[in-house]
Design a protein around this ligand. Structure first.
Ligand SMILES: Cc1c2[nH]c(c1CCC(=O)O)Cc1[nH]c(c(CCC(=O)O)c1C)Cc1[nH]c(c(CCC(=O)O)c1C)Cc1[nH]c(c(C)c1CCC(=O)O)C2
Length: 344
């Protein structure tokens, strides 16, 4: 049985009227917290996620310390990839590194499928523990999107210009579409298992897809994204899409069967509305503002909240993830400001 929870953020994701603007912060469960940094001295990310009690504790930390309106499951977008045969390691200070990058159609054909109950039971156990016993706010589940996952799988790690990924896409379209299909299948199966275990909203991170222009997005990416969201739509759980530097793709995203579009800090809420974006918006304080003085933080936050309250279809977030140099006290003060300033 799911616990009684404060579901304000779920109602806001669906565009319903709420008493205040709810908030959560991307990468809230991570290195801004001393308790987390201490754990990381002993355990790697994958070691934490394989232990449900410990992983649930890390997921709960920002809810308890920052007062946010949702938890996001502590794991990485790389977490499901070993099930497909991807040899991935998360290197501290670098990010995901893949030891068997995709180079050919044969490499794509060799990729396996995910069976969540067998391959990532610890993810589902963590979700059940959190949602049946521990959390009094909704849990957000997530997956990486095909382009963003493929970029790591092809480049072998983080990249600045995605040139290998683009070359693969342009030169081997058949292999590319086979890869998008496999990653879309993985995303659907993996996210459905998270929903079944108790996740109440889903964010699909297409963090790096802004590297493509709109015509390429329509041709190479949109069919897989449409399939993912159309399948997930059947579950009546709010669906969120997010990417960085993707202002030129917002109208493409607005066509997808999503409930919420996440903005980075480059595109304001009024600008997105002027472009014709009709979905609920999530965002979009530049995380860099959070290491400046409080007067500036307060002004920028109020500006975003006021823009969001024009039609009320807004959930507060940062324009990208919390960085390790942001003080926990600042994030707590930020949540309090959001809640008090937006009280209707
Ligand atoms: C692109 C991407 C990745 N991972 C993720 C994305 C999409 C979001 C985004 O655009 O930032 C998503 C992610 N990664 C992590 C979470 C946990 C939940 C949360 O948001 O609080 C989430 C939602 C944990 C993590 N994933 C990672 C860490 C840092 C590793 C550590 O603590 O040692 C954490 C807490 C490692 C990781 N994993 C990834 C990178 C680029 C890095 C290294 C960069 C960095 O260090 O921030 C890939």
């Amino acid at each position: 049985m799911a616990k009684q929870i404060n579901d304000t953020i779920l109602r806001a994701f669906k565009g319903e009227a709420v008493d205040y603007t709810p908030a959560w912060y991307m990468r809230q469960a991570g290195r801004s917290q001393p308790e987390y940094r201490e754990l990381k001295e002993k355990y790697s990310l994958f070691e934490i996620t394989h232990q449900p009690e410990l992983c649930a504790y890390v997921t709960r930390l920002p809810v308890e310390n920052y007062g946010v309106d949702a938890a996001i499951l502590y794991k990485d977008i790389m977490s499901p990839l070993p099930s497909l045969g991807v040899d991935v390691e998360i290197k501290s200070g670098i990010g995901p590194v893949i030891h068997n990058p995709i180079e050919s159609y044969q490499d794509v054909e060799k990729l396996g499928t995910i069976n969540p109950e067998a391959d990532v039971p610890y993810v589902l156990d963590t979700i059940r523990l959190l949602t049946e016993e521990q959390l009094d706010v909704p849990l957000i589940g997530f997956s990486g999107a095909p382009f963003t996952l493929a970029s790591y799988m092809i480049e072998g790690g983080p990249s600045k210009n995605y040139s290998k990924t683009k070359a693969f896409m342009y030169r081997e379209p058949e292999a590319w579409f086979a890869l998008m299909d496999k990653l879309a299948d993985m995303t659907i199966t993996y996210v459905e298992a998270q929903i079944k275990a108790g996740a109440r909203a889903i964010q699909i991170f297409d963090s790096w897809v802004g590297a493509l222009n709109a015509p390429d997005y329509r041709l190479y990416i949109k069919p897989a994204m449409t399939r993912i969201f159309s399948e997930l739509k059947r579950h009546d759980v709010p669906l969120i899409i997010f990417g960085v530097g993707a202002g030129h793709l917002l109208t493409e995203w607005n066509d997808l069967p999503v409930d919420v579009i996440g903005l980075d800090w480059r595109t304001s809420i009024p600008e997105a509305r002027a472009m014709g974006v009709t979905k609920v918006l999530q965002g979009n304080l530049d995380p860099a503002i959070l290491v400046t003085e409080w007067d500036l933080i307060e002004k920028r936050t109020k500006d975003i909240l006021d823009a969001g309250m024009v039609d009320g279809r807004h959930v507060f977030n940062l324009g990208h993830g919390v960085t390790p140099d942001i003080q926990p006290a600042t994030l707590k003060k930020l949540t309090d400001l959001i809640h008090s300033h937006s009280k209707r």
